[in-house]
Design a protein around this ligand. Structure first.
Ligand SMILES: Cc1cc2nc3c(=O)[nH]c(=O)nc-3n(C[C@H](O)[C@H](O)[C@H](O)COP(=O)(O)OP(=O)(O)OC[C@H]3O[C@@H](n4cnc5c(N)ncnc54)[C@H](O)[C@@H]3O)c2cc1C
Length: 606
């Protein structure tokens, strides 16, 4: 009778560990996500509770130094808050600049932490029974299975509707960075797996004829291509090329990986990726159909949701469409627009911030009832910021360039909407809010500004001072939001100190005028005189000195302060730098200074 073949003891242990360690890696990741989720949701809850706190001190509307609570000098009771602020500065405002890449310390920590985790679980306990360290039998296959085990998470993080975003309350576009880091780290692990197998697997040449190995090699090569194609320069220069290559390559990779891991009973790590991907697509498809039903013939009135376009400056298109019936959004959120008649490829979906606000307060009916300060506007109402979806679209090189041609003729286009996506900062708990926009970044900041006014009016916000700063190239750009600014002025309650500061950066004006000179009287363009002459608006030439402005605001404020910024990278960078130590440092907090939270939107993944 033949004795059954017994695996060598080292191999038995190696197999056991290559099954166990990917699971343990998952436990580590799950704990990490849980902790992050607790902090994030704890912070959301804290904001909600803080909102209930009633303001204690009224503020003179004319005052330029409005604060909610007086500073009480040095107090050790502020120590926990000081610690939170130190964490915010170190994690999100300290950055590592690598050429064009800017990573904040939180991203650096996640990257290094994740790579360390993978390396640790690959090479831990690899001493064989004879005492030889790093025995290849122990870590070669383990590296492959460990990488395979990560792909459900990698896939989930790359989708727009994902559970991780829900658990951690971190928006999908911020998680996209982690998606790329994880995929590239796993590629590294798979290279270790492949290299060590080529070196160690004595039947490698013979196995090359077998499908499972060929599919494994195909998957590895495809993932390598994906890693190259997803580098930022490629995404920036040829987004559609990246997008479609990514789509096809992911499919090839996952199919290859499924059959390759099937040979070692590891394919259960791969198939969930298909489920997550399909679920995301399904949710998006349902949204597109529900929000754009008039195009799908479910109701009469087909085409009533066509979008109107207009070229409001050389490089900016305003696109407006009626709000789909069930579509609701919050300030700062994004929607994807699909415009098959404009785009080169039929399913191109491009993200744009919704510049309008989902509120009735700013609607004309509400406005006609009267205003807080008794004034009635005599201004013509240009662009609506309610009841419809408004997008301000910067002209770049692809779809947006084609859209510019359409907008130049004021044509209407079929626009399918998918969304809303992304976070909406809840500023209700802040005593002071500083909102900074650069150019078309106004599309993100304006609805946030309007929502602060609304929240203070309806008593759901503690805000006592809001500072709105907008840097534009030309005074003409004020037209874009003139209507909304008038309404802000009309509707702002007296308890709220509103400061509107416009900075005109156009070179010839900046050269002609001294930095602080008001431009209203110099404006010869005719159309702008009204808003330029308004006394409730400060217009200056030159770039805003965000460092000085924020330092001033922090020195006056106490309690909680939010700073939101959207615009060019350079503007976001200046704001981030301005809010480091000492402005937002422990000493400021211990002396009763405000606890500062920064919200930054950069209109890009990278
Ligand atoms: C969350 C978010 C919100 C945004 N909001 C606005 C906004 O309110 N107004 C605005 O003008 N722009 C906004 N953008 C940027 C806008 O999506 C791109 O400028 C636009 O898609 C460029 O299209 P294009 O074909 O003309 O670009 P191209 O000339 O092909 O590329 C220009 C840049 O846009 C990026 N890009 C191109 N296509 C896409 C896409 N489908 N998804 C993501 N990035 C892409 C490229 O990587 C490149 O960096 C936002 C981007 C994001 C991620």
């Amino acid at each position: 009778m033949a004795t059954p073949y017994k695996l060598p003891p080292d191999l038995t242990i190696a197999i056991e560990r290559s099954i166990l360690y990917p699971e343990e890696t998952w436990y580590c990741l799950a704990i990490f996500l849980f902790v992050v989720g607790c902090f994030q949701w704890g912070s959301v809850l804290h904001s909600k509770l803080a909102k209930r706190r009633q303001p204690t001190k009224s503020v003179d509307e004319e005052s330029t130094s409005a604060t909610t609570t007086a500073r009480h000098g040095y107090s050790l009771r502020n120590l926990p808050l000081a610690a939170v602020n130190v964490y915010r500065v170190v994690a999100y405002r300290w950055t590592l600049e690598l050429g064009n890449y800017t990573l904040n310390m939180a991203e650096v920590f996640v990257t290094l932490g994740y790579i360390s985790l993978l390396i640790t679980w690959t090479f831990i306990n690899t001493t064989n029974l004879e005492g030889k360290k790093f025995d290849i039998t122990y870590w070669s296959n383990r590296a492959g299975l460990l990488a395979a085990s990560q792909f459900p998470l990698v896939t989930a993080l790359g989708t727009k509707n994902n559970l991780v975003s829900l658990v951690t309350s971190i928006s999908y576009d911020k998680l996209n960075y982690v998606h790329r880091v994880m995929a590239r780290s796993c590629f590294g692990l798979l290279l270790i797996h492949a290299g060590s197998e080529i070196y160690n697997f004595i039947y490698f040449d013979a196995a090359l004829h077998e499908t499972w190995l060929r599919l494994g090699i195909t998957a590895l090569v495809t993932l390598g291509v994906l890693c190259i194609v997803s580098l930022r320069p490629v995404r920036a220069e040829a987004y559609e090329f990246f997008f479609y290559t990514h789509f096809v390559a992911v499919l090839i990779f996952l199919v290859g990986a499924y059959f390759h891991t099937h040979a070692v009973h590891g394919s259960f790590w791969i198939w969930p990726s298909f489920v997550f991907w399909a679920l995301d697509r399904f949710i998006r498809a349902v949204r597109v159909v529900v929000f754009n039903h008039s195009y799908f013939g479910f109701k009469r009135g087909s085409g009533t949701m066509d979008a109107t376009t207009e070229l409001i400056s050389d490089d900016l298109v305003r696109l407006r469409l009626r709000r789909p019936r069930h579509f609701h959004w919050s300030p700062g959120q994004t929607a994807y627009l699909i415009m098959p008649s404009v785009s080169t490829l039929p399913f191109e979906a491009h993200p744009f911030s919704i510049s309008s606000i989902d509120s009735t307060l700013f609607s004309s009916e509400a406005n006609e009832e009267g205003t807080e300060n008794g004034e009635h506007s005599t201004k013509p109402r240009g662009a609506a910021y309610w009841k419809e979806l408004v997008f301000l679209i910067n002209v770049r090189g692809g779809l947006t360039k084609l859209l510019k041609q359409v907008a130049a003729d004021k044509k209407t286009v079929k626009a399918f909407v998918d969304g809303p996506y992304g976070p909406s900062p809840d500023l209700g708990a802040y005593d002071t809010s500083v909102l900074i926009a650069g150019g078309s970044g106004i599309t993100n900041i304006l609805p946030i500004f309007l929502s602060v006014i609304e929240a203070v009016r309806n008593g759901s916000s503690n805000c006592r001072r809001v500072v709105f700063i907008w840097a534009i190239r030309d005074t003409d750009h004020l037209h874009w939001i003139e209507d909304a600014l008038y309404r802000v002025h009309e509707l702002a309650p007296s308890s709220l100190n509103v400061s509107i500061q416009i900075f005109v950066t156009r070179e010839n004006i900046a050269r002609r005028e001294s930095d602080s000179m008001k431009l209203a009287s110099q404006d010869q363009s005719g159309g702008n005189d009204g808003i330029l002459a308004a006394t409730w608006l400060k217009i200056e030439a030159g770039r805003p000195d965000v460092k000085a402005i924020l330092k001033d605001e922090v020195s006056w404020a106490s309690g909680r302060m939010s700073v939101s910024v959207c615009g060019p990278q350079s503007l976001s960078r200046s704001v981030r730098h301005a809010l480091r130590f000492p402005v937002s440092g422990p000493s400021s907090i211990l002396h009763g200074g405000p606890s500062v939270t920064l919200y930054s939107e950069s209109f890009g993944y990278a």
